[in-house]
Design a protein around this ligand. Structure first.
Ligand code: CTP
Ligand code: CA
Length: 226
């Protein structure tokens, strides 16, 4: 058998990806969730696997299927389940890409029976969920890369940089809402990548699979520097 060079750039690299929304239970039939489709995270997982990476994909509730056979998929519902799965796998990883739209709050108590309709107003007490990216940021070693996402409505760059620092990320992918056709529910995205070394890269509006390829390229470059 002739020896040939593989063009795959992430052979032997292990990458954790979170994707989709989380659902936080209110009662047996209701939850707090969000409109994240999971498309960006799934596209990333596929591109990483195409480059030979061993991918662990922690997915919230989404209606998506994977094409690549080697991706290890862990389906979760809540932020707490997603956190647990990430804590379990992150120590073995070379990189983690936090693409999930994790709920920031969850009901303090889950009602064991369906909550009945009443004519008066009602309130649900909420408590903060764990910041999964920040918790991985605390565990991160010098040989690991941590990537976050941000979707902002105002002061985009400033807010994204704040998150980069607070969560100890190596770079953050800012989803620009400035342009139509970017963000939740659509197949395209316009991103800006802000790095901890103050490097800023602007990208064109593209299909999410192409955006994923740009992010994987950036990740590959940054991994090589570690
Ligand atoms: N993130 C996370 N766990 C959370 C909240 C966010 O891992 N509980 C991750 C997201 O996956 C994303 C990054 O942190 O990579 C930024 O998420 P975002 O919701 O923009 O930031 P927050 O810190 O939650 O701030 P806010 O929603 O108030 O803007
Ligand atoms: Ca949030």
């Amino acid at each position: 058998v002739a020896f040939f060079h593989s063009k795959k750039k992430l052979l032997n690299k292990k990458v954790l990806v979170t994707a989709g929304p989380t659902y936080e239970k209110i009662d047996p039939v209701r939850f707090i969730g969000n409109y994240s489709s999971g498309k960006m995270g799934f596209a990333l997982a596929e591109k990483l696997a195409e480059q030979g990476a061993q991918v662990v994909l922690v997915a919230g509730p989404v209606s998506l299927k994977l094409a690549h056979p080697s991706i290890q998929r862990i389906d979760v519902q809540s932020a707490s389940e997603m956190h647990e799965a990430c804590l379990q796998h992150f120590p073995q990883m070379d990189a983690a890409v936090m693409c999930a739209a994790v709920a920031d709050y969850r009901p303090k108590k889950i009602a064991s029976q369906k909550i009945k309709r009443q004519a008066r107003e009602m309130f649900i007490d909420l408590e903060a969920t764990a910041d999964i990216a920040a918790s991985l940021g605390k565990l991160k070693t010098n040989s690991q890369l941590l990537v976050g996402f941000a979707l902002e409505t105002n002061d985009e760059a400033q807010n994204a940089l704040g998150k980069l620092q607070k969560k100890n990320l190596d770079f953050i992918v800012l989803n620009s809402l400035q342009d139509q056709g970017a963000g939740f529910g659509v197949d395209t995205n316009k991103i800006t990548i802000l790095s901890k070394d103050n490097n800023v890269q602007l990208f064109e509006l593209k299909h999410k699979t192409e955006v994923a390829a740009d992010i994987v390229e950036k990740l590959t470059q940054e991994l090589a520097k570690l």
